[in-house]
Design a protein. Structure first.
Length: 137
């Protein structure tokens, strides 16, 4: 299963978000397909929730200086600095009760660490968020 497959499966049922794909090169990484799938799925799910299913999700993959990366950008509400500091903590959620467990991004962070990758977050209130995972050479 490729990153493209994961992206299409998750967004198949959604009709409102605009979907932008930016695939550069052919990133190949050694890692657990199911765990990489979980990372991308969490990023997309959170992005769609932050946009309330209306907006743009951009999935980008590529190779840069011998490393490969996957990034997901949404045009949702974005996060303030305080939220960004807590976003990977277990059970922390910005969603209303019953809508989220607060474990998705915590698990993502654990998977990224297991793969010896780097996780980057770029977010600003009113401008959306970008999550980027950079895998080692």
């Amino acid at each position: 299963m490729t990153v493209k497959d994961i992206f299409y499966i998750r967004l198949y049922a959604l009709t409102d978000p605009k979907i932008v794909r930016q695939y550069e090169g052919t990133p190949v990484t050694i890692g657990s397909t199911s765990e990489i799938t979980q990372i991308i799925t969490n990023f997309i799910n959170n992005g769609v929730d932050a946009m309330e299913a209306v907006g743009t999700i951009t999935l980008a993959t590529g190779v840069d200086n011998g490393t490969c990366y996957i990034s997901v950008t949404d045009t949702g509400t974005g996060m303030n600095e305080e939220t960004q500091k807590k976003i990977f903590d277990p059970f922390f959620t910005t969603k209303e009760a019953g809508k989220g467990t607060g474990l998705g991004l915590h698990v993502v962070n654990k998977i990224v660490t297991k793969h010896k990758a780097e996780l980057h977050l770029d977010s600003a209130l009113g401008k959306g968020s970008t999550f980027k995972v950079v895998f080692p050479k």
